[in-house]
Design a protein around this ligand. Structure first.
Ligand code: F6P
Length: 550
């Protein structure tokens, strides 16, 4: 862990943090709270109707000062500016990184290769508005004249997870007669289970693929196309299929009229694309006004990220804390816990956003890193997960910093449900921080009627080490605007981590090898051909599967 040579050689602040870590690693947060009545206030940031409380972290003013020094040494502000300016910061693919242009609500020009991208962005937004209005108002109808009320998004990774997460998060805003479905996995079950529920006459398929070469998406799209054509005939395709892609040639080859194609651009990474036409299913479900409110919320976070000084900058603080834990404390995972059922897909979405972005082992200058990069991300909706992995969070040997996300108001204020939910959310943060000593556990048991011997025997099992960090994010309510802020916040946090680790957060070369090898195994499964060059395990597995499938 201390072998972060590239960083420590380069950065004075890294050396200071290494030394400082030795001084504070054992410091208890509860002591820091006792000493400083203003701690919560000092380590909180408000932005519009959201608040980040990062006071339950193992930090002191010195820690924050050194982390901010590190950010400056890594040229954080310059790198943020470079992204907003459209510089080609995705160096391995020679691309600009401009998901911020998709929600640039002030419409200031942003240039890539000398061309302002905003007119194209606005034209696609206008096209999305027209199309979604027409479908929702029943002006764009299916082939047999029926209203299109089943929206099926076919895509995978960034062409699925964002739309799926956001449509679920905004379910309360769906038009009454619209239902959304998502087909991503190549497993025929995914496709069959959705198609079994649908009437082709009322179904609109959106084939989402940046490259339009992804085997899962194209195979699913072919199967859905056949299902539609079998029911309604070839002429029905143009009324029931649209595409979202950067690749018009492949869209046409697939048999979708490019007039029914919504464009986006190479400066938008797949996992950063829900703000583009990839979000078409979101706009169809919640309406374009709500979709634009989501863009507005993201834009507010963009402006905060771009213009706020580093010490008050939410994504910067979150990114630096992540580095502090990952590289100094050796805490290599993080959990995302939304206390909102509608955010149930947020952890899955963030797994791609964070791990595909920062799961890298080569620096921007082409060297192998000798420090840890992305943490492992997992999570789930509270309170469900309190009854599954929270045991480990409280008493396990791994320490997992958590983000606890809490809307003050629920979309479904039923009896006292939401207050119980809120109480649990806050209790977890407090319990993880405070813990319970063996002494406390002992006296609690005695008070509850256990004998001294019993209490003595159980006191360790019933104690909690505490000192486990959490960030708490409070929102008024998860509406489209708040969702936009939340997602943009994580996008920028990921970028901040990538800047410190000196890696490219915007390519994903690590997904290629498995894809290539699947392509070589496929013909072996489909014929008698036996491939050369596999290891004996893979060869045996192929044989066994073929025998079972005979
Ligand atoms: O998993 C790799 C990946 O390239 C992701 O980055 C992307 O989101 C996903 O596949 C889907 O790609 P496409 O939108 O090109 O089908």
């Amino acid at each position: 862990m201390f072998g972060c040579k590239q960083l420590s050689n380069k950065c004075k602040a890294w050396k200071k943090l290494t030394k400082h870590f030795k001084d504070v690693q054992k410091t208890e947060m509860k002591t820091l709270f006792k000493k400083d009545a203003q701690r919560a206030e000092r380590y909180s940031i408000n932005l519009d109707a959201m608040m980040l409380d990062y006071s339950k972290n193992r930090i002191t003013d010195k820690t924050m000062a050194y982390l901010l020094e590190l950010a400056k040494e890594c040229k954080m502000s310059e790198k943020i500016e470079a992204m907003f300016k459209g510089e080609k910061i995705n160096k391995t693919e020679n691309r600009a990184v401009l998901h911020v242009a998709l929600r640039n609500r002030e419409n200031t020009p942003i240039y890539v290769d000398g061309k302002d991208v905003m007119p194209d962005v606005n034209a696609v937004l206008a096209k999305i508005r027209k199309f979604t209005d027409d479908v929702r108002l029943g002006k764009f109808l299916g082939y047999t004249g029926k209203k299109l009320t089943n929206i099926v998004n076919i895509g995978i990774g960034g062409s699925d997870l964002g739309p799926k997460m956001a449509t679920e998060a905004l379910k309360k805003y769906w038009a009454k007669d619209i239902k959304c479905y998502f087909i991503s996995n190549i497993d025929g079950t995914a496709c069959s289970e959705v198609l079994n529920k649908l009437n082709p006459e009322e179904t609109l398929f959106i084939v989402c693929s940046k490259t339009f070469t992804t085997i899962e998406t194209l195979t699913n799209a072919k199967t859905c196309r056949k299902w539609l054509v079998d029911a309604l005939g070839e002429h029905a395709v143009s009324k029931h299929f649209v595409a979202v892609s950067t690749n018009a040639v492949e869209v046409a080859k697939f048999g979708i009229d490019t007039a029914n194609m919504f464009e986006f651009w190479n400066f938008v990474g797949g996992r950063y694309s829900m703000w583009s036409a990839i979000g078409l299913s979101i706009a169809l479900a919640v309406g374009m006004d709500n979709f634009e409110k989501m863009l507005d919320g993201a834009h507010e976070m963009d402006m905060h990220f771009k213009y706020t000084e580093l010490s008050q900058n939410i994504p910067v603080i979150l990114g630096l804390l992540s580095v502090w834990y990952n590289n100094f404390f050796n805490f290599h995972s993080t959990a995302i816990i939304p206390y909102d059922q509608y955010l149930q897909y947020l952890p899955a979405y963030l797994q791609q956003q964070i791990m595909e972005s920062n799961g890298k082992f080569v620096t921007n200058s082409g060297e192998l890193v000798n420090y840890c990069t992305s943490p492992i991300v997992f999570g789930g909706a509270g309170t469900d997960v309190q009854h599954s992995f929270f045991q480990l969070l409280h008493q396990g040997t791994e320490i997992v910093p958590c983000d606890i996300i809490v809307p003050a108001i629920s979309h479904n204020e039923v009896g006292e449900h939401h207050e119980i939910l809120l109480a649990n959310a806050l209790a977890q943060g407090e319990a993880l921080m405070r813990g319970k000593s063996t002494r406390e556990a002992y006296y609690e048991m005695c008070k509850a009627g256990k004998t001294k011997e019993e209490a003595e025997k159980l006191k360790k099992c019933k104690s909690f080490p505490g000192n486990r960090p959490t960030n708490t994010l409070i929102f008024k309510k998860i509406d489209p605007y708040a969702l936009g802020m939340l997602i943009a916040m994580y996008e920028h946090k990921t970028f901040v981590e990538g800047i410190i680790w000196n890696i490219n957060s915007f390519d994903q070369m690590g997904v290629e090898l498995g894809k290539q090898m699947a392509l070589s195994i496929l013909p072996e499964l489909q014929s008698n051909a036996s491939g050369l060059g596999h290891d004996s395990s893979t060869t045996n597995l192929i044989k066994m599967i073929k025998r079972l499938r005979k």
